[in-house]
Design a protein around this ligand. Structure first.
Ligand code: G6P
Length: 609
């Protein structure tokens, strides 16, 4: 959710903090702040709004500080304002902290600090309690005070702590919120995420749960929960900083939409042999494993959940194994039927979504085998899984997930096909046909992107709608769900998806003159049925835009407008049909003057429940 960063070293800390925060702003952007040590004193500067609100406070000063922490916030406790912005200071101004996560027992701790110690709280945040507690426990040893504090805390947190009386160090802590530490030549760093540090170093330590790190300008020491020193291998980041930059595109979102041919190609290519066999090295989908499995759960959130729905379609269609798909925040509290004969597939771009991570841990506790589909290498979901299928989308910065989704679909198809082959449920000819079609997808996605202008024009005429419906049947309904989510996330238009056949059971009451009904109609065996549904809404005055395969010219007779995708096998059509819908959401958002990359109220990586 929030982004945290810290630096201690030879260089001036403030520019490092601000640069780092710029790359973390996608994690939250309702307020920002920094704290640093200067002339033996802790200073804090913070403000409401985007990171740029800090500029006037730091621009004209050459603040000579070499240790500091910074934060960009996504509000959970207390509205976004200057007081609730991080960093937070302790009651005698000895400790400053930044926090990403939620302290679940903060009310109890707060009451105790007020009653016993007479501490005056300034903010409404859960975080402030941590600063006061550390100072309360401080008796000349910051590390000791941090350990005593976290012992009292329940919840999720990544923390950065600096202290007036120990200016030679930053302490960082991780529990269920992401944290990495960077080893630089002129100092050391901490951050929520790799892009924040890439301009300074490629060498990182991935910090594990319950670990505490002491950073000085020339050392990094990692401790476990019992304060024993932990040895950790350096993780070298191999991707370039350029891939986390806009490269001439106006927004990350459109850049990432256009990167899909590459992401799909890479994700396929790393798993396909020349002979068209799928190489799932490192993932144990053995006959023996699969024969034991009597249940498959796919669990995820948001866009990744929609990839899971298509995954269900692919696994059931190819491997004939029944699959249940659930949103992670529901799964945990359902008391699901999970045991050692369950295959649990977690899908997550970031690999840090707390709902997905908690669901995964719950399934693991119950004995399930965990396979994850993840984009971020070394992320928490990846580390907690038995097997990982990495997607090769590259870093995704835009809050609305696009290239992560299409690469997740590729992963799902490859896993489904491999399962099918392993259990002997798929004919070789059919298997080969699908693989050949998958290989053509990068080129076909490119053709859709080349048709950008038609979609832009559609968006320019439809951006003022108050609500939009997305309809489809079977996998086209799954695509409709994702298309609708994309539109609402970045355009703020009230949109929703419904199964085309279900419309008549209530929702059609909402259709009136000029209601925009986006219809996904890529499945030949359902085509006649969808045509009837189009006619039903048209009879009530709807304006229908259909997405169909190119050879399906018949649809021109019923829909008001048609966006054609290249012809493909119906089974893999979801990988193509979502692309024009992503472009549509992007151009509608642009036409409405929204901040496409950072839509209101949302965050890219949701590390609170
Ligand atoms: C947030 C993002 C969504 C994303 C979801 C799951 O809500 O705004 O775009 O789909 O989290 O994220 P994950 O990283 O687990 O795929």
């Amino acid at each position: 959710m929030c982004g945290i960063v810290g630096y201690i070293g030879e260089n001036r800390a403030l520019p490092v903090l601000i640069e780092g925060l710029k790359r973390l702003e996608y994690r939250g952007y309702d307020s920002a702040g920094i704290a640093y040590l200067k002339d033996g004193k802790l200073e804090i500067k913070k403000c409401k709004g985007r990171l740029a609100c800090l500029d006037p406070m730091v621009a004209n000063e050459t603040i000579d500080s070499h240790v500091g922490i910074g934060h960009t916030r996504w509000a959970t406790h207390g509205e976004p304002n200057e007081i609730n912005a991080h960093p937070h200071m302790s009651f005698q101004s000895k400790i400053a902290i930044i926090h990403n996560g939620i302290i679940e027992n903060y009310m109890r701790l707060k009451d105790w600090l007020i009653e016993e110690e007479g501490v005056e709280f300034k903010s409404e945040t859960d975080t402030e309690v941590i600063a006061h507690l550390i100072e309360y426990f401080y008796e000349g040893d910051l590390l000791d005070a941090v350990y005593k504090t976290i012992d009292k805390m329940e919840g999720a947190y990544a923390l950065g702590v600096i202290a007036k009386d120990e200016p030679d160090k930053i302490i960082a802590v991780r529990k269920d919120s992401p944290l990495i530490v960077g080893l630089g030549k002129d100092g050391n760093y901490l951050a929520s995420d790799i892009p924040a540090l890439l301009q300074y170093t490629r060498n990182m330590y991935l910090i594990e749960n319950d670990e505490v790190v002491v950073l000085t300008k020339d050392s990094i020491t990692i401790y476990d929960e019992l304060k024993r020193i932990v040895e950790r291998d350096v993780f070298e980041v191999t991707w370039d900083i350029e891939s986390a930059e806009k490269e001439g595109f106006e927004h990350f979102t459109i850049k990432e939409i256009f990167e899909q041919p590459k992401g799909i190609y890479e994700t396929l290519n790393r798993r396909l042999e020349k002979t068209n066999t799928i190489n799932l090295d490192g993932i144990k989908i053995t006959k023996e494993n699969l024969e034991k499995i009597n249940k498959v759960y796919i669990v995820a959130c948001g866009t990744a959940y929609h990839a899971g729905l298509i995954g269900k379609f692919a696994i059931e269609k190819f491997a004939k194994i029944p699959v249940t798909v659930d949103v992670a925040s529901e799964f945990r509290y359902r008391d699901p039927f999970v045991d050692e004969n369950t295959l649990f597939i977690a899908v997550s771009q970031s690999g840090e979504t707390i709902d997905t991570l908690s669901a995964l841990r719950e399934a693991k506790r119950k004995g399930a085998r965990i396979l994850s589909i993840v984009n971020v290498v070394g992320s928490s979901v990846a580390r907690d899984s038995d097997d990982v299928f990495y997607t090769w989308a590259g870093p995704e910065i835009g809050v609305a997930s696009t290239k992560a989704y299409t690469t997740q679909l590729i992963a799902m198809y490859l896993i489904a096909l491999q399962m099918a082959k392993t259990v002997g449920k798929i004919e070789e000819v059919y298997y080969q046909e699908i693989i050949e079609e998958l290989k053509k997808l990068p080129e076909k996605v490119q053709q859709i992107l080349d048709n950008e202008e038609q979609i832009k024009q559609l968006a320019d005429t439809q951006f003022n709608n108050e609500h939009v419906f997305f309809i489809g049947r079977s996998v086209d309904y799954d695509t409709a769900l994702e298309a609708s989510l994309k539109l609402k996330e970045i355009s703020y238009i009230n949109s929703f998806a419904i199964q085309a056949g279900e419309l008549k059971h209530g929702t059609i009451a909402l259709v009136e003159k000029d209601t925009l009904v986006m219809t996904i109609a890529t499945q030949s065996k359902l085509f006649g049925k969808v045509l009837s549904n189009i006619k039903e809404v048209k009879a009530r005055g709807a304006h229908v835009v259909a997405i169909a395969q190119k050879s399906n010219q018949e649809i021109l007779k019923v829909a008001d407008e048609v966006i054609f995708i290249p012809d493909t096998m119906d089974e893999v059509a979801p990988i193509l049909s979502i692309v024009p819908m992503q472009l549509f959401a992007y151009y509608v958002s642009l036409a409405r003057g929204n901040d496409v990359d950072k839509p209101r109220n949302l965050a890219k990586s949701v590390t609170v429940e």
